[in-house]
Every structure is written in structure tokens, then in C-alpha cells.
Design a protein around this ligand. Sequence first.
Ligand code: FAQ
Length: 311
Amino acid sequence: MTTDAEARFDELIAADSRIEPRDWMPDAYRKTLIRQISQHAHSEIIGMQPEGNWITRAPSLKRKAILMAKVQDEAGHGLYLYSAAQTLGITRDEMTEQLITGRAKYSSIFNYPAPTWADMGAIGWLVDGAAICNQVPLCRASYGPYGRAMVRICKEESFHQRQGFEILLTLMQGTPAQREMAQDAVNRWYWPSLMMFGPPDDQSPNSAQSTAWKIKRFSNDELRQRFLGMLVPQAEILGITLPDENLRWNDETGQYDMSEIDWTEFFEVLAGRGPMNTERVRARREAHENGEWVREAAAAYARKQAAKAVA
Ligand code: FAQ
């Protein structure tokens, strides 16, 4: 039998309204949101590492300032998203614990290394580009705190994507060695960036329910295609080759034909066996342990202020 609360929830979803933290919601809806939002938050936090690695080696003061601002934005996105997840009843400590013990998922993309400066360009162009394609529809996600967080995050991601494009454009206008470096970085990040959208639709166990709940608005494959449509003309402007000899527009299907993605690689990375999985989680765990004194000091300060307010 449907209760009044359930009927109200269904009505809100059907009307494209928002579910807010105080509203009744099915346990499975709460659980799936905690899963997706916490994974998303972890991705932002772990995603600081490949670029953080280049802050001290950026080729100019201006590049260093821009990269630092970008990495700080990612920290901000992570904190926003952790806060959104907390409204669903999970604590920040629980989420952190899941991440540093290697039990939580985060985006597969951050388990690849960033060995050259051109990787900063490829990450901005491809990784942030994929993030925008995936996240713009999430601004309309049915859960209020998630959708609202996405609006600000997407604005910042589009700046990030442009700065990546601009790094690659500068390299492509440089020496043959710089052009080669840019092409090499794109060759390495292209396929993993296509994997960011998740498994193919017929192997995506969460899609049907998340779409019915209007958390997801488009399927993994639809968004992957939208991303390709954005990349192809931009690659032409850059003078960069997308590393897929079978990539071409198909008039009949109205979308791009492409080679099969190496899903074995994707599932290996998800299972913790990507090139950088161990290192990424180790670095996060170490940073958390090294930050213990800061958390203690902040808590002591808060206690002192609270005692003063009472006195
Ligand atoms: N990596 O049934 P589906 C960024 C998992 S952007 C790892 O299709 P769903 C910005 C999935 O969780 C990156 N795991 O799942 C930035 C599920 O496992 P579970 C973060 C993946 O949820 C840029 C299983 O596979 N963005 O950080 C991946 O319906 C530059 C089955 O998959 C978001 O998180 C993957 N790529 O669709 C920062 C966006 N794909 O949980 C720094 C929000 C799938 O059942 C620098 N998330 N899995 O054990 C989403 O839109 C969705 O969760 C999808 C997956 C589309 C990622």
C-alpha cells in the first residue's frame, strides 16, 4: 500500500520538483544519492593530486597561480559535495574512512599519472570537458542540495576546461617538441576520459532507477556521444589528432562511430588495479593523518569559543 509520504515523493518527482533533506524519501533513493554524491566528492578530492603534483613545476608564475586556483576550486567542490551528502545522514568521518581505507569508489580517471606539463592541458581540456558534459544535466537532479551544488561547480569547471584548452593551444603553437608533448598527453588521456561516463548502457546497473528518480537525465552512452561532439571541432582548432582511426561522423545514426572502448582496462581500474590507485589512496591517507593536529586545534578552538559564548 502506498503511504501519503510515498505518494507525495512520487508527485514531487513527477512534477520535476525538488526533494529536500527534510522530505520523506525511499531508503534506496537516499542510498543511491549517498553513493553517487560521495563518489563525486571523493573524485574532486583525489582529483587534486595529478595537478597538485605540478604546482611547484608550472612553467611560469602566471601558470602556477592559475593551477593553484584550479586545484583550490577542486577542494571547494569536494567540500560542497561532502556537505550535500551529509544532508542525507552520512557523516564526513564515515566518508573519509571509506576513502582512506580504499573501500570507496572515485572516478577512474584519477588513477592515471601526469608525467608532463602537457598533462595539465589534457586534464583541463578532456577531464574537465567530460565532467561538464556529465554534470550540466545534474544541475537538474531531483535532490535539491546536489542540483544546487552542481550549478556553481559547473561554472568553475567551464573555466577549468578553457584553461586546459589554452595550455594545449599554446603548446601546439610552440616548438615541434612541445607539439609532440601535447599530442602525447592527449593520446594518453583520451580513452580514460571517455570511460569517465561509466560503463555502456547495457552494463550500467544503476541507470534505470537513477533515471526514473530524475537523478540522471541522460544515459552514459548519450553523454559520451555529446562529449565527442564537443571534442571533434575543438581538436581541429588545436591541430591535435584524437587517437581513434575509426572516429567519424555517421549520417545514418546521427552520431560518431568510434572504436570499441577497452572495458577490461576500465574494470581493472575500478577493481583498484589501475596505474596509480595505490598511490592516490596512500597520499590521501597520509594527508589525512598529517592533518590530525589541525583538526584537533580547530576543535579545541571551537570548544573555547563556545564556552566563551556561554559565559
Ligand atoms: N569511475 O551503473 P553505473 C571531477 C561505477 S569529474 C569509477 O553506470 P551510475 C571533476 C559506478 O559508481 C569525476 N567508477 O553507475 C574534476 C557503479 O559502481 P557502484 C566525478 C565508475 O552511478 C576534473 C558502477 O561503476 N564525476 O571529479 C565510473 O549510474 C578535473 C556501475 O556504473 C562524478 O562523479 C568511473 N568513471 O553512473 C576534478 C559525476 N563510472 O557505485 C579534478 C557524478 C561508473 O554501483 C580534476 N556521477 N562507475 O559500486 C555520475 O554521474 C554517475 O555516478 C556516473 C556513473 C555516470 C559516473
